[in-house]
Design a protein around this ligand. Structure first.
Ligand code: DMJ
Length: 595
């Protein structure tokens, strides 16, 4: 009896459970049908009048939509999983094949004492002050900059391969150095950007077609920094001796320029075949400071690699001559000098045109010599001191470095001067001015702000070639933008030295303005005639656009270990050259000083 009652209870429970389960299922199905129904007829004015065929059609469409949504969800889920995995273990920075890179430990050395990095700026930081601890690469920006380079290189290759420069608007070519200037100037950029095929093709041109003694008058200065500098850098990066061979022949021909003045300084222009030299009429046949004084980096390198000491000898001759020149302020040199008696023929002092790279090479020769030549360091520090006490001016809260005429400072500053923030920052990171590194870095950063402001002030966000400072602040002087590198060069140094994000941000803003306003579709980039009306272009793309501007921009977004600053010195045309090892430098020095 008890058993029977128990069985009855079980049966009843099962029935209830079953009924409830069925009811629950039925309820789920009913709700689903309701949802589909509501979805299908949402927005329909009169659902009751729909035909059966319409309903079937709507249900089919909904099921298709459902499938697509499922696919989308799946792919989103996959991307999310991928992104999470990447976040969990970020890829180590990997430079493209063939790029010169150093192990991270060297980068650490730079920070930890081989190059004593000064304390970060103590004040005056008007930007956001974010500091990145590591200078990893930014692949997206690198690709954009490489794209701009490819465009310009492509246009040059298509229309002017082996000639000096491309005129991008008319798609014609110009020659003034007669040695394939853009090709030579671009060699190391091709290498650094990993454009191997283009590099090897260009190397064949150098080996087979580069003229080393064209029967033309060429600029001693421009050929030294662009052609010799470019070939030397290509030699060191690739190790191919053909580059060194050509650089040696060309510089030997250029050095005939030293024979043509009474005081033994090089003339402006020299015919590489006949050795005939000349001086420019517009200077009243005077020598230009930057033209005679910018060759120590290339000459020391040539002597190191060829063991021929006449190159280093010429450089030493120039430096000694300028070192003993009597000037009103120690460390500031006249822009023009008589080739007959070596006296100043102008009282103009400038860190822009006619002066700039002479000062640059004082610090860079010292660094290149692995700090072996005190004279270079002393002269650089004298210059830095003179700038601080005699030249830096302030206008509306911004500092600037104007040109001086005698003892008067003008209110003009050229874009060319904007390499100075980078140079001063480099000297500060290297501790050239003992005990004053932080002060120097602050000066560099403030001047950098002014140079960036020169871009920010115009409608196109391109900088004019020069600005004037009035009581109202900075105004445009020369309206054109010439694809010049100086500001992005300095941003590169300041980024590498401080890792403040603001420097990369500024470089990116400037790159975008350059590419947007100067691009000539399918051909390259052209100068802009008026930074407030960039539609007006000049038919010119100078070789430094590929050699310097795009290279510095690229390196700003590369990892610090690509062309690391503790190993390389950039010549004034942005050609990286390895610091000369101490022992090899001693060989050069003992030969120079007859020991
Ligand atoms: C470059 O050829 C070099 O940087 C040179 O020292 C001065 N200026 C131009 C680019 O503006």
């Amino acid at each position: 009896m008890r058993k029977a009652i128990h069985r009855r209870i079980i049966a009843l429970r099962n029935t209830v459970w079953y009924r409830h389960r069925v009811a629950a299922r039925l309820a789920v199905v009913a709700v689903a049908v309701l949802v589909v129904y509501v979805a299908a007829f949402r927005g329909s004015p009169e659902p009751s009048r729909r035909t059966r065929a319409q309903i079937v059609d709507r249900v089919q469409r909904l099921s298709r939509l459902n499938k697509a949504a499922r696919k989308l969800t799946d792919s989103l889920r996959k991307s999310l999983a991928h992104a999470n995995a990447r976040l969990a273990s970020p890829p180590s920075p990997s430079p493209p094949d063939d790029v010169i890179s150093q192990p991270l430990s060297q980068q650490e050395n730079f920070r930890q004492g081989v190059l004593p990095v000064p304390p970060l700026p103590l004040g005056g930081d008007r930007w956001d002050g974010r500091v990145n601890k590591v200078g990893g690469r930014d692949p997206e920006k690198l690709e954009a900059i490489r794209g701009a380079f490819r465009l310009a290189w492509g246009g040059y290759s298509k229309y002017c391969y082996g000639e000096d420069e491309l005129r991008p608007l008319s798609r014609t070519c110009s020659n003034w150095v007669h040695m394939g200037l853009t090709l030579i100037d671009s060699l190391d950029t091709l290498w650094i950007m990993g454009l191997k095929d283009e590099f090897h093709k260009a190397k064949r041109w150098v080996a087979n077609e580069l003229p080393v003694a064209p029967n033309e008058k060429v600029s001693f200065f421009e050929s030294t920094i662009r052609v010799t500098g470019g070939l030397l850098s290509a030699y060191e990066l690739s190790g191919d001796p053909v580059f060194l061979e050509k650089a040696t022949q060309i510089q030997a021909n250029l050095d005939q320029a030293f024979q043509d003045t009474e005081i033994g300084m090089p003339v402006s222009e020299i015919n590489l075949k006949t050795g005939e030299g000349s001086l420019p009429g517009w200077t009243g046949k005077s020598l230009i400071l930057s033209e005679i004084g910018t060759n120590a980096v290339e000459m020391l390198k040539l002597s190191q690699h060829t063991k021929k000491m006449e190159f280093a000898n010429y450089a030493e001759r120039v430096i000694d001559f300028l070192d003993q020149l009597e000037t009103p302020v120690k460390g500031l040199y006249p822009s023009l000098i008589s080739p007959k008696n070596g006296r100043p023929t102008s009282r103009r002092v400038s860190f822009g045109g006619m002066g700039d790279s002479w000062y640059e090479y004082l610090l860079k020769s010292w660094l290149l010599s692995s700090r072996q030549v005190d004279k270079y360091k002393r002269m650089y520090v004298e210059t830095l001191q003179a700038i601080k006490t005699n030249m830096i001016k302030k206008s509306n809260g911004r500092i600037y470095l104007p040109t001086m005429e005698g003892t008067f400072t003008t209110r003009l500053m050229e874009h060319l001067v904007c390499f100075m923030p980078g140079l001063i920052a480099l000297g500060s990171a290297e501790g050239v001015n003992q005990g004053r590194s932080a002060e120097d870095l602050r000066l560099a950063e403030e001047l950098m702000d002014t140079c960036v402001e020169m871009y920010d002030m115009s409608e196109s966000k391109l900088a004019p070639d020069s600005v004037r400072f009035s009581n109202q602040g900075m105004v445009i002087d020369k309206r054109e933008f010439r694809l010049r590198p100086e500001t992005v060069e300095s941003l590169f140094y300041l980024w590498r030295i401080t890792h403040k994000q603001k420097y990369r941000d500024a470089a990116w803003m400037i790159f975008q303005a350059m590419d947007r306003n100067c691009r000539v579709a399918g051909v390259g980039h052209a100068n802009v005639k008026d930074v407030n009306d960039p539609s007006q272009k000049e038919d010119r793309m100078e070789s430094f656009w590929l050699a310097e501007t795009l290279k510095y921009l690229f390196l700003t977004f590369e990892d610090d270990s690509v062309i690391p600053l503790n190993k390389y010195v950039f010549n004034t045309e942005a050609h990286p050259l390895e610091k000369i090892p101490e022992q090899e430098m001693q060989v050069i020095l003992s030969s120079l000083h007859g020991a």
